[in-house]
Ligand binder design. Structure first.
Ligand code: HEC
Ligand code: HEC
Length: 386
């Protein structure tokens, strides 16, 4: 029995119990090399999607987060809570089987992952069969326990916040110009190397570059595959207006569309910078930032700066906790460049809005957020009870 549990500080810890301890440890050690001796069985297929596609989460916000190991059951109950959903199981058996065969033909198997012909070679995303096979072997050992074999985020090691479900094709760290929800490869590498603070997403900072590059490529593969599956479910569903005559052609076209978005997302966006202030100028800026926070409805979600336990649905239809901004660990970084990006881009999949303010007003908010966790840095008259 192998359990990856989330400890209080959000780090992942591996707990092995009972007589299987030795074999579990052996498994971990055996899988540590960059060329894992045990890969996936050749006959193994990516499991067809069973959870519903969430078109819109319930109108009423959640009051708690479900058990990370029961997300499948939770999502199955989404329609009953008022969410708009589509289920693959509503698709008649024949087109559903065609869909699964199309996905296998286009994207291969975990042991031999592939991209549809014509896609792998273009766009500079390293989606060739060799890189993907390397990435898949490494993913199996390092990532699938949380992100799941097909990238659905439902691994046995899942904690809260839940690991990313790659199948929606939407990510939270995206520094590209295109703003289509797809990250730059650099963003993926930063997340893999640096982890996501305050969550169970670990740091893989000691892996060789070749491994990290292959892991990023494989995450893109799983994401495109999952997005194509979702688009086919939307198109083939009896409620859909689309009329798909040729499932293979529809799958190819969906793959092409997602792949194009990934390429567009690689164009870097502007890097946020702001003037460095000190002394009284900084204190004044922090005071103005505190007023911006109150005036821009930040408090409507980040009530008491996020110190209350409140939750909001994300686009995956799962409860996400409103972050406590008085704690110095921010998922998406606390450097001015990170905070400025968070505010100016928003975090669309979590419904954190884009803050439309002038540059000097954003800078004030950034200075306020940088001081917020540290009472000594907050001017006494800001009205924040710390
Ligand atoms: C112990 C569980 C765990 C493991 C192991 C794990 N992750 Fe994660 N991963 C998470 C969590 C939790 C998040 C953050 C979810 C959030 O912030 O909403 C995440 C987020 C991500 C993201 C999304 C970042 C974004 O911008 O949205 C990527 C990409 C990712 N992980 C890749 C990987 C890869 C590749 C591996 C293996 C090398 C891996 N993860 C291993 C738990 C894990
Ligand atoms: C509609 C609700 C909502 C509003 C309004 C809102 N936020 Fe957020 N905010 C969120 C959610 C949800 C997240 C979590 C994003 C995630 O999953 O990482 C978040 C995340 C953040 C983060 C990133 C924290 C981290 O861990 O990296 C910052 C900073 C932030 N918000 C600041 C603000 C500021 C400043 C305002 C007002 C201008 C604001 N928010 C308005 C919902 C909101």
């Amino acid at each position: 029995m192998l359990n990856i549990v989330t400890n209080r500080r959000g780090g992942a810890a591996i707990r092995a119990t009972g007589l299987h301890l030795a074999s579990v440890l052996f498994g971990i050690v055996a899988g540590c090399g960059s060329t894992a001796p045990e890969g996936y069985e050749p006959h193994l297929r990516y499991a067809p999607r069973t959870d519903p596609v969430i078109l819109a989460p319930p109108a009423e916000q959640p009051t708690a987060a479900p058990d990370p190991l029961k997300l499948e059951e939770y999502l199955a109950g989404s329609a009953g809570r008022g969410a708009k959903v589509l289920s693959a199981s509503d698709i008649p058996a024949a087109p559903r089987e065609q869909m699964n065969q199309t996905l296998d033909a286009l994207f291969g198997t975990p042991a031999a992952p592939a991209m549809p012909a014509g896609i792998a070679a273009v766009g500079g995303l390293s989606l060739d069969a060799e890189t993907l096979a390397h990435g898949s072997a490494s993913y199996r050992v390092r990532c699938s326990s949380c992100h799941g074999m097909s990238g659905d985020g439902r691994g046995v090691g899942a904690g809260f916040p839940y690991p990313r479900d790659f199948r929606r094709g939407q990510f939270k760290r995206t520094t590209g110009n295109a703003r289509n929800g797809k990250p730059r490869v650099e963003d993926l590498i930063r997340v893999i190397r640096g982890g996501v603070p305050g969550t169970s997403m670990p740091l893989f900072d000691l892996l060789p570059d070749a491994d990290v590059d292959a892991l990023a490529a494989y995450a893109i593969h799983l994401s495109i595959r999952g997005e194509v599956e979702e688009l086919l479910i939307r198109g083939l569903h009896p409620d859909s207006d689309e009329d798909i005559a040729d499932v293979t052609a529809a799958g190819r076209s969906a793959a092409g569309k997602s792949h194009r978005q990934w390429i567009e997302a690689q164009v870097p966006g502007a890097v946020y910078t702001q003037p460095e202030l000190e002394g009284e100028a900084l204190t004044e800026s922090i005071r103005r930032g505190r007023r911006q926070f109150a005036n821009n409805a930040c408090l409507s979600c980040h009530e008491s700066y996020g110190r209350t336990q409140s939750y909001r649905f994300d686009i995956w239809g799962l409860p996400n906790k409103i972050p406590d901004l008085t704690q110095p660990e921010y998922r998406w970084g606390r450097e001015p460049a990170d905070l400025g990006r968070t505010l100016k881009h928003g975090i669309a999949p979590a419904n954190m809005p884009v803050v439309i303010l002038k540059d000097d007003e954003v800078a004030d908010l950034v200075n306020f957020l940088r001081a917020l966790p540290y009472p000594a840095k907050l001017p006494a008259d800001t009205g924040v009870d710390r």
